[in-house]
Write a protein that binds this ligand. Structure first.
Ligand SMILES: Cc1cc2nc3c(=O)[nH]c(=O)nc-3n(C[C@H](O)[C@H](O)[C@H](O)COP(=O)(O)OP(=O)(O)OC[C@H]3O[C@@H](n4cnc5c(N)ncnc54)[C@H](O)[C@@H]3O)c2cc1C
Length: 461
């Protein structure tokens, strides 16, 4: 049996559902195929559940620090892990059911809850049915990379999905991987009350960020009692009674870390291996990502790839922006491109990091004359009043064009405050436009014009 549609969308992640909304509103008949949970990674095993847990961890942290604010809490602060999980599940579940209800109630949209596999460039097998369409949009996302490590078979390694099922507090959580996902879990579980050790094979945390940012993050985590083992080149697991021993073979410190649970947070991989892409002739790169052009078209006419599976972004906002690019180009006569967007991301430890555009390292490498402004959060009134003075902000400006090249705000409200800089960049305005803006007092953002008034030449490497 074969059913014809105008478009087939594979995967109800961050790009698929809004694209279904736009295509059906334009009168097209759309098949939406989702094999598991509506809303994909962000809603079910990524951003939303982790940020809900981080909010609980923050509440515990603030409660423990209540005395700093002149507030007395009666007795020790206890974290009720089943209640924390129930709160997280309720938030994530509400989001999932609303995406599903939206799709199922959408005119001209037929929802299939099945695995999709290409039979040819315009045919997709869904359960016992064959669907056909001129246009096929792939939004299959990715999953945790679980590389083989010596001794892994002896221990039950957790990943970002299985971590979210825990209802008990690990006595000692070993996090392998000192990047975004690993650090968020590390700090959250430390605040819930676990002992936490982060094992990172590189010489520093978050290797994509500037060294001063990574160093400040290290200080923030260590101040909360998180153990960090960097330069761990030879990671190997074994059982130690009921516990797990992770040999790290670092240049200094104990040769093994013994803990109760291990979380592997060493990267992501695309869900492209079981899609039958070879039958459609769609090209993959060496790491399994779908190769797309600047408008998210694959090498096969009519097939597009959006979100994490195309390797052009690894965030909810990049996936959503992919939807906007494709919808704008196909339905609104626009000519939007991936390279038009300014890179932006956050790391949700507390305080958070917001990072946009070029890093200082990238600006130096580019060799262009540049200016830099920095300010410690100890010199931001809002941070002082809130008792959250860790971190700093910095901004980089092209010395000749006066255009902003990039910025990082590691500090309270940094994930929000960075947007005034991002919007100035998107509007292609000189930094002086932002410098002259009157910002509200007392905010973190009010110090951005001040910082721009104190720019200094960036020393070349
Ligand atoms: C722990 C964690 C925290 C994160 N935190 C943040 C954050 O704070 N901010 C942020 O911007 N990003 C964050 N991310 C990243 C973000 O979740 C992803 O970038 C985003 O969800 C990617 O969306 P997507 O649309 O590409 O695909 P996904 O959301 O992954 O959706 C893909 C969908 O396709 C379905 N699918 C796959 N194969 C098939 C098939 N063959 N047939 C049918 N259906 C299929 C899957 O079941 C899934 O539902 C986080 C990720 C993790 C893991």
């Amino acid at each position: 049996m074969s059913t014809a549609f105008d478009a087939i969308i594979i995967g109800a992640g961050q790009a698929g559902p809004p694209l279904a909304g736009r295509l059906t509103a334009a009168g097209q008949r759309v098949a939406m195929v989702e094999r598991k949970l509506f809303g994909g990674t962000c809603v079910n095993t990524g951003c939303i559940p982790t940020k809900a847990l981080i909010a609980s961890a923050h509440a515990a942290y603030v409660a423990r620090r209540a005395g700093d604010f002149g507030v007395r809490v009666g007795g020790a602060v206890m974290v009720d892990m089943p209640a924390v999980k129930a709160r997280k599940d309720a938030i994530s579940g509400k989001s999932r059911t609303s995406v599903e209800a939206w799709l199922r109630g959408m005119d001209r949209c037929t929802v299939y809850q099945e695995q999709a596999r290409f039979l040819s460039a315009h045919e997709v097998q869904v359960g016992s049915e064959t669907l056909t369409a001129e246009r096929i949009f792939i939004n299959v996302g990715g999953r945790a990379l679980m590389p083989k490590m010596p001794g892994m078979e002896q221990v039950a390694c957790l990943n970002n999905s299985t971590m979210l099922e825990l209802e008990t507090l690990p006595r000692h959580l070993i996090v392998v991987g000192g990047s975004y996902i690993g650090l968020e879990f590390a700090q959250m579980y430390r605040r819930f009350g676990s002992e936490v050790t982060v094992i990172e094979k590189g010489p520093r945390l978050v290797s994509h960020e500037d060294e001063d940012v990574a160093e400040a993050i290290k200080g923030i985590l260590e101040a909360e009692g998180i153990h960090l083992r960097l330069d761990a080149e030879c990671i190997e697991f074994s059982r130690a009674g009921e516990d797990v021993a992770a040999r790290v073979n670092c240049q200094s410190g104990e040769p093994a870390v013994v803990g109760s649970h291990v979380l592997l947070a060493v990267g992501r991989q695309p869900n492209t291996g079981d899609l039958g892409l070879d039958r459609a002739g769609v090209m993959l790169d060496q790491r399994g990502y779908i190769v797309v052009d600047d408008q998210l078209r694959t090498n096969v006419e009519g097939i597009y790839a959006l979100g994490d599976c195309n390797g052009r972004g690894a965030f909810t906002h990049t996936s959503y922006n992919d939807f906007e690019i494709v919808a704008g180009n196909l339905l609104d006569g626009e000519s939007r491109r991936v390279t038009d967007r300014i890179q932006a991301h956050a790391l949700y430890i507390d305080p958070p990091l917001g990072q946009i555009g070029m890093t200082e390292k990238e600006v130096r490498r580019s060799g262009r004359p540049a200016l830099i402004g920095t300010r410690a959060m100890t010199r931001v009134g809002r941070a002082v009043e809130k008792g959250e003075t860790m971190g700093f902000m910095k901004i980089l400006v092209d010395a000749e064009s006066k255009k902003i090249l990039g910025a990082a705000i590691l500090g309270t409200g940094g994930d929000e405050a960075i947007h005034c800089i991002l919007d100035t960049m998107v509007a292609n305005q000189d930094y002086t436009t932002l410098q002259r803006a009157m910002h509200i007092h007392p905010t973190v953002s009010e110090l951005i014009p001040t910082m721009l008034g104190e720019l200094k030449p960036l020393a070349t490497a």
